[in-house]
Write a protein that binds this ligand. Structure first.
Ligand code: ATP
Ligand code: MG
Length: 388
């Protein structure tokens, strides 16, 4: 019965003169995520139409930048066709209804109000068990009249909101196999950002399960952003070297400072405009204001922390909602967990960190060497043929 899906944009409508750029990016994302061809799409300033299919309805749940969408019946815009179609809709399971007409084509012989009344009466006469209810009706049937065709629809499915992916530049995201950083990446994607991923692994302490888990997370997130790059950084040599520090309480801080120097290097090489992460204020020793101050000083790029002020429960709810939780909770060794000292410094400072780094005189050289030799770049797409 349905011919098309009508897609509405919501927030994009705030974008003024740039709006059509956003709409075109959104159209491109819909095309790639739903596998539709341009010739089958109708792209307008305030909505996009694509062919109806159950698969397309499902795939639209992976497209950011959409406020809602509706399966629509498309018919000729003449009164008798509209009447016939309206009466053919199965309304038996409802007891109240409302008709909302929008006459976009002003030459249609009735205005919206007259059409509401006319079509409402038509249903009342033909479906005796139905009543009109202006507020909270069981079903609201929408009729839209255009010059060449009319639309009828009644279902409105909520979209993901946010902005179309690829409309806001690119970041490098620090991804672990935990719960937080995958959700943080999704938050960046939601605001239109293209996310590249960097994950530090430390074989043989971290094993194949750790890598598989990271790749499963990237695979899941790629459904929303179409293509992804993952930098897998073998951190074992550096971890062992930093482990020699004379102040064990600073181990994690030193490691994280090193993470950010490396991230800074990769991000700049790949034109990323910032570094994002899953940090959450006060959650662990390395996420106090003092620790973040000491750690973040190692990059000149802006750092984005979408989860900074979340409660853990909000993050877990999101992780579950977006099918990440069952991946994040697979048991696997994490680089940071292996390395954590019993009593980490909760209020570290820059001077001490610099002094300890100076003691480790081969540190920067080893980082440079690892950047050259220990990074594997993996590509992902949303077609589901990624290997892991
Ligand atoms: P997550 O659940 O995201 O792992 P967490 O609560 O375990 O977070 P930490 O282990 O302190 O917190 O990590 C803080 C942030 O540092 C992570 O959110 C992530 O962005 C980054 N990070 C931690 N471990 C790694 C890693 N092995 N590779 C890349 N980034 C990492
Ligand atoms: Mg972690």
């Amino acid at each position: 019965m349905f011919k098309n899906i009508l897609i509405r944009f919501g927030e994009l409508s705030l974008k003024g003169k740039n709006k059509m750029n956003f709409v075109n990016i959104l159209a491109q994302n819909i095309r790639k995520i739903c596998n539709v061809e341009y010739k089958d799409m109708i792209i307008q300033i305030d909505r996009i139409f694509i062919p109806f299919s159950a698969e397309n309805i499902n795939n639209l749940n992976y497209v950011f930048g959409i406020s809602s969408f509706s399966p629509v019946i498309k018919i000729d815009s003449d009164l008798s066709t509209i009447e016939t179609k309206l009466l053919s809709i199965d309304l038996d399971k409802y007891s109240s209804f409302k008709i909302n007409c929008r006459r976009k084509w002003k030459e249609f012989p009735m205005n919206s109000m007259e059409l509401n009344q006319h079509l409402g009466n038509l249903i009342l006469t033909n479906k005796k068990n139905l009543k009109v209810k202006v507020k909270d009706a069981d079903i609201e049937v929408n009729v839209e009249i255009h010059a060449d065709f009319a639309y009828i629809f009644w279902e409105k499915i909520k979209g993901l909101g946010g902005l179309p992916v690829n409309s806001s530049g690119k970041v490098l995201h620090l991804l672990s196999g935990g719960i937080d950083s995958p959700v943080a990446a999704l938050e960046m994607i939601k605001r239109g950002v293209k996310v590249n991923f960097l994950s530090f692994i430390s074989p043989p302490h971290t094993d194949e399960t750790t890598i598989k888990k990271i790749k499963m997370i990237v695979n899941e997130l790629t459904k929303y952003q179409i293509e992804s790059r993952l930098f897998l950084f073998n951190y074992t040599d550096l971890m062992n070297y930093i482990g020699l520090t004379s102040n064990q309480a600073y181990k994690i801080v030193l490691m994280r400072r090193s993470f950010y120097r490396i991230a800074d290097n990769i991000a700049k090489k790949f034109q990323c405009l910032g570094i994002s992460n899953g940090e959450n204020l006060g959650q662990v020793a390395s996420q106090t204001l003092e620790a973040m101050n000491t750690i973040h000083s190692q990059t000149t790029l802006p750092i984005y922390q979408p989860l900074l002020t979340n409660d853990k429960i909000e993050t877990i709810n999101k992780s579950e909602k977006f099918n990440l939780f069952q991946i994040s909770t697979i048991k696997a060794c994490e680089t940071c967990e292996i390395f954590a000292p019993n009593h980490p410094a909760t209020k570290p400072n820059n001077e001490v960190a610099i002094q300890l780094e100076n003691e480790l005189d081969m540190l920067k050289e080893l980082e440079k060497k690892s950047l050259d030799e220990n990074v594997e770049l993996c590509y992902f797409n949303n077609k589901g043929n990624n290997k892991y």
